[in-house]
Design a protein around this ligand. Structure first.
Ligand code: 2P0
Length: 358
């Protein structure tokens, strides 16, 4: 129906990212400004991603306003300050474009319909907010034909969910904490593209798909307020580790990458446990996964070689294990043999190649 004008539409996908240097702690909870920089690996879109279509039209009922359908359910975005911040800033960039070029259609005044689906269980605690807000920002930026770079858009995605700013780029991505009070320098940049180290793989072990743990936003606030170990982590340990991790990635040094990844995951869970009330995200199955990785690495280092596998855990019990393609049998193969397929909902993340379901 064209009587009330066309429907403008744009679709995109955004991948999940899994941090190897963790974001944990905000210096500003409204702008999502972190207390430390972080670094993640963007997983292949074939394994874990959000698909989002954004559209706008004069045909859409203005009184209904903007809407978001996530996996078929309407989300109450009118009551989400984070979503409102993203939509407001994208609209204002479009509005500036329209002001500078009067021939452009006036999309900034039209209601937005956003339809999003994940190709993985949303409840599984697999960083769905990162892919979700990255896809939301990218799809609307494309719909509005905004000229801003991925790094500039990361400033907007960050306000939806901190970790989302790292999902606007592929490969190895750093989120620089920045120091400005308005967040203008708290941005993501690509440390290395996927092709720099295409042998990297990730095995996602869904230990529990239940969503019982304390949400990240609340957990971070408790840690910042109460953990006595936290200032050392944020101010001393992570800045040094960021430098070493970037160096390990540039040199494709898996041994150093693995050690830093495991140390940082453990450091993050240590400040969680040091919080009051204490925050414990890992469970017995998580700890069993740690022991399997340690056994694999022990065998390798006993033979005089480097580390083969690195575990990392976010704000929940699920494990992500990084390894190199050449060690697939010795790492992913061991997990599969131990756990069997029915107890492991796994994906092998890969770069530039098809994903084989585990
Ligand atoms: C990370 N996590 O670096 C860390 C590691 C969880 C543990 O980013 O409040 O959903 O939306 O900014 O991004 C999860 O926190 O938090 C997270 P908000 P977010 O991936």
């Amino acid at each position: 129906d064209n009587r009330q004008g066309p429907v403008y539409r744009s679709s995109t996908t955004a991948p999940v990212n899994i941090a190897v240097i963790k974001y944990w702690g905000k210096r500003d909870a409204t702008l999502n400004l972190p207390t430390n920089s972080s670094l993640s690996v963007t997983l292949s879109q074939a394994s874990l991603r959000t698909h989002t279509t954004a559209s706008c039209s004069a045909h859409y009922a203005a009184h209904e306003g903007d809407s978001l359908l996530l996996n078929g359910s309407a989300e109450p975005i009118q009551h989400s300050p984070r979503t409102q911040a993203c939509l407001g800033q994208l609209r204002s960039l479009r509005s500036s474009l329209e002001a500078s070029d009067p021939s452009l259609p006036k999309l900034s005044g039209l209601p937005l319909h956003i339809v999003s689906t994940n190709n993985f269980p949303t409840a599984a605690g697999l960083a769905s907010s990162a892919a979700g807000f990255a896809a939301l920002v990218r799809s609307i930026a494309d719909l509005y034909a905004l000229p801003q770079s991925a790094t500039e858009l990361s400033r907007i995605a960050r306000q939806g969910s901190g970790s989302a700013c790292r999902s606007l780029m592929g490969g190895y991505v750093a989120w620089r904490a920045g120091s400005a009070a308005d967040g203008s320098d708290s941005l993501a940049d690509e440390v290395a593209p996927p092709a720099h180290w295409p042998q990297m793989r990730a095995l996602v072990l869904v230990v529990s798909a239940a969503k019982k743990h304390l949400p990240s936003t609340a957990g971070m606030q408790v840690t910042v307020k109460t953990s006595s170990l936290f200032p050392t982590r944020a101010d001393v340990v992570v800045p040094r580790r960021m430098q070493n991790m970037e160096q390990a990635i540039r040199a494709r040094d898996f041994d150093a990458f693995a050690r830093l990844t495991m140390q940082d995951s453990n450091g993050f869970h240590a400040v969680c446990l040091d919080s009051w009330p204490p925050i414990a995200y890992l469970n017995d199955v998580s700890r069993a996964a740690v022991r399997v990785v340690e056994a694999i690495n022990q065998q390798s280092t006993d033979a005089g070689a480097g580390l083969l596998a690195a575990y990392t855990f976010d704000a929940g019990p699920n494990a992500v294990v990084y390894y190199l393609e050449r060690d697939t049998e010795r790492v992913a193969g061991v997990f599969r043999a131990l756990l069997g397929n029915e107890r492991v909902e796994g994906w092998e993340g890969s770069y530039g190649q098809d994903i084989k379901p585990a």
